[in-house]
Design a protein around this ligand. Sequence first.
Ligand code: GAR
Length: 187
Amino acid sequence: RKKLGILISGRGSNMAALVEAAKAADCPYEVALVASDKPAAEGLAWAAAQGVATFAQSPKGMAKAEYEAKIDAALREAGVEAIALAGYMRLLTDDFVARWRGRILNIHPSLLPKYKGLDTHARAIAAGDSHGGASVHIVTEELDAGEVLGQAEVAILPGDTVESLAQRVLKEEHRLYPRVVAEFLCR
Ligand code: GAR
């Protein structure tokens, strides 16, 4: 099985979906490490309780390159072959992306190429879009712009708020991400 590393910053529900999916005997990946820039991230405690190896490194008080070198070393030490960003809310440097070229995936809560960056659901609702959703894409140096590997569409309903839409999209994210990661690692 391919060794997957997952980077999170908070709740980690997409990470949890990836860990749960890896319990299936025919899953092509195992989760070798969950790492976070936030030592207090909820998802880290959940992963540790599941028996998954975890690593926390706050970037506070250090140069970005130094912080990333520590993350990179932890991933390599765990034998990680591909990285899934799951609510990791920090931009990776061009250097880090280059070192893992073509082997970092991200899940983004919009139908890319629409709404790169933040506040995706608010922007979709404000634009009067019929659908929102989520995309899994390859991470490149340009924010949310790499090849899209899979998407889930969710209808925007009358009266939807950012919270109600985000909740329905998140459910689809939990189905989409494990499927696309598995397909990617088999291709
Ligand atoms: C998810 O909705 C994910 O798509 C989004 O953050 C949430 C993380 O939730 N990611 C981004 O906005 C990336 N820019 P989770 O921590 O429960 O997986």
